[in-house]
Design a protein around this ligand. Structure first.
Ligand SMILES: *[C@@H]1O[C@H](CO)[C@@H](O)[C@H](O)[C@H]1NC(C)=O
Ligand SMILES: *[C@@H]1O[C@H](CO)[C@@H](O)[C@H](O)[C@H]1NC(C)=O
Ligand SMILES: *[C@@H]1O[C@H](CO)[C@@H](O)[C@H](O)[C@H]1NC(C)=O
Length: 141
């Protein structure tokens, strides 16, 4: 192995050590460092708790939106949620600095058809500026 390869390996290590591997699709003031699902794999028809760890340079305020999108042309999803009205623990606002929060969401039975698919999750401010965008593959039980 050459030196550059080893350096690259270390540079990208933070993204691959996450409990649920993800990639950053657009950089914003929020850095997500770890993503975890309970249960994992996801069970369709049950509540999913998503644990998100990271840090934020701005306060995440009431009115922030979470957009869930898939790249499937057959079953396209483009759903927007009022992030702070979701089941979040601890609740909004999310203060500047490190955070560790859980979002619980009931996964519909029909979601199972997205097994193995890439999902795009974007969090935006009330003024529609991007806070963070991540992508990950969903696996169902
Ligand atoms: C992910 O979703 C956001 C918001 O819907 C969109 O702007 C972006 O183009 C999507 N895809 C990628 C690769 O960032
Ligand atoms: C993460 O944090 C660093 C330093 O605070 C910042 O420069 C960077 O833009 C943030 N975002 C990502 C996605 O790395
Ligand atoms: C988030 O959920 C996990 C797993 O259910 C739990 O262990 C942890 O205490 C929760 N954290 C918060 C801040 O609710």
């Amino acid at each position: 192995m050459n030196k550059l390869f080893i350096i690259l390996l270390f540079l990208f290590a933070p993204f691959t050590t996450s409990s649920v591997p993800f990639e950053v699709c657009d950089e914003g003031p929020i850095n997500i460092t770890n993503l975890d699902f309970t249960p994992n794999p996801i069970v369709a028809g049950q509540d999913l708790t998503v644990n998100i760890e990271g840090s934020t340079q701005v306060e995440v305020q009431q009115g922030s939106t979470l957009t869930l999108a898939t790249y499937e042309w057959l079953f396209p999803i483009h759903q927007t949620f009022d992030f702070c009205k979701m089941s979040i623990n601890p609740p909004c606002p999310i203060n500047i600095g490190d955070f560790n929060l859980n979002v619980t969401y009931p996964i519909p039975e029909l979601a199972k058809k997205f097994d193995g698919k890439l999902v795009n999750l974007t969090l935006s401010n009330p003024d529609n500026t991007l806070l963070t965008c991540i992508e990950f593959t969903v696996h169902f039980a």
